[in-house]
Design a protein around this ligand. Structure first.
Ligand code: NAD
Ligand code: WQD
Length: 343
């Protein structure tokens, strides 16, 4: 059986990807330090797939812990590297924490892979590397723009590290996936996005407001150049995103990659404004959302959505779920978490 190490595999995107990998016949090993997830994800993965992946609690930025994991498994040929800290705001306050966690983890993984003779890495990158692109939709050819946060910089630097590594060592192959705005949860509501503290992103803020944990959603700015003045993003279902990881890994394992370092945008290929998301959420759930318009959020880009034609052509990937599916699953997950109305 093909074995793959998922760093950060108990997290939001990692847990959904674990499900799709197991369903596709991969043996999944998860390493996570549980800094932003809980072991409950394993129950969810097991309830959905009937398989409980092996789990190791360890910190990817501690070399000795990663070395023991690799030794125990006789190395790994394939890694999907999700583990990272992802709060833009916290990264501005504590940049070294982010550079240390996100960059050092990646370097150690590459070193251990090299020590074992090479292998495949699928890397979680982000549309944040595009900043505010000049041309929309944004393709992989678009240049990096100055990124507004140390978090964003860690993604750009990680891509640079991976590209340079591949150039110097032909035994390492990389696919970097630039995610746009993944939302939603598994349709079973067994796994979803766990929020520790205040939500960072729009969708959890919406579901927490709808369920009554938050008083109201603040919409950051309605004076952007968009149909209703609110900012535009490319929201898409996390299960679709998870499936893209299987295709990316298959591509590397089956040696179908066209170069040692490939990059793909992953999104719906369509932009929605914040108000459109709010309205769609209200329609699909029947819940009225309390919201107010406030000033713009510092560092926000006005609009960004993906050109996903390369992922379609090369990975054979495109989103299957609608925005409404994604919003409904996010809501069902929130209700499940809070124990209201069951699943
Ligand atoms: P998440 O926080 O739910 O998952 C990340 C997991 O990594 C968590 O379980 C956390 O405990 C773990 N982790 C962090 N540092 C670690 C370390 N040093 N050692 C071991 N485990 C560690 O986040 P997510 O939304 O699932 O994001 C996964 C990846 O995708 C991240 O790299 C993130 O930057 C990237 N990404 C996310 C989004 C998004 O909108 N969620 C968009 C673009 C890119
Ligand atoms: C979406 C829209 C907000 C919350 C994040 C990361 C970025 C990358 C992509 C990881 C924006 C508005 C939000 C709220 C609001 N991810 N909003 N009220 O801005 O695309 O960025 O995802 O790599 O690094 O920062 O996503 O969900 O934060 O915001 O009005 O309470 O919703 O202003 O227009 P964003 P988001």
């Amino acid at each position: 059986m093909k074995k793959v190490l998922l760093t950060g595999g108990t997290g939001f995107i990692g847990s959904h990807t674990a499900v799709e990998l197991i369903n596709s016949g991969y043996q999944v090993v998860i390493v996570d330090n549980l800094s932003n997830s809980t072991i409950d994800s394993l129950d969810g993965i097991e309830n959905i797939t009937g398989v409980r992946p092996e789990f190791v609690k360890a910190d990817c930025s501690v070399f000795s812990e990663m070395e023991s994991l690799f030794e125990k498994h006789g190395g790994f040929n394939s890694i999907i590297h999700f583990a990272a800290l992802k709060s833009v705001v916290e990264s501005v306050e504590k940049p070294l924490k982010y550079y240390n966690n996100n960059i050092i983890s990646l370097i150690y993984l590459i070193q251990l892979l090299q020590k074992g003779g090479g292998g495949n890495i699928v890397f979680s990158s982000s549309c944040t590397v595009y900043g505010q692109p000049e041309k929309l939709p944004v393709s992989e050819e678009s240049p990096y723009q100055p990124v507004a946060s140390p978090y964003g910089n860690t993604k750009k630097i990680s891509e640079d590290i991976l590209r340079d590594t591949v150039n110097s060592n032909k035994s390492i192959k990389v696919v970097a996936l630039r995610y746009f705005n993944p939302i939603g949860a598994h349709p079973s509501a067994e796994i979803g996005e766990l929020i520790i503290g205040k939500p960072l992103y729009l969708l959890p803020y919406i579901t927490q407001t709808a369920i009554g944990i938050r008083d109201k959603l603040q919409i950051f700015g309605n004076d952007y150049d968009s149909p209703d003045g609110t900012a535009i993003r490319d929201y898409f279902h996390v299960v679709d995103l998870a499936k893209a990881h299987v295709l990316a890994l298959d591509r590397l394992v089956e040696k179908k990659n066209k170069s040692g370092f490939e990059v793909f945008n992953l999104g719906a290929g369509k932009g929605s404004t914040v108000l459109e998301i709010v309205k769609a959420f209200e329609k699909v759930t029947g819940v009225k959302l309390n919201y107010e318009i406030v000033g713009r959020r510092a560092g926000d880009v006005e609009q960004v959505w993906a050109d996903t034609s390369l992922a379609q052509k090369e990975l054979g990937w495109q989103t299957e779920s609608t925005l409404e599916d994604a919003l409904l699953t996010a809501w069902n997950w929130e209700k499940r978490l809070r124990g209201k109305e069951g699943k």
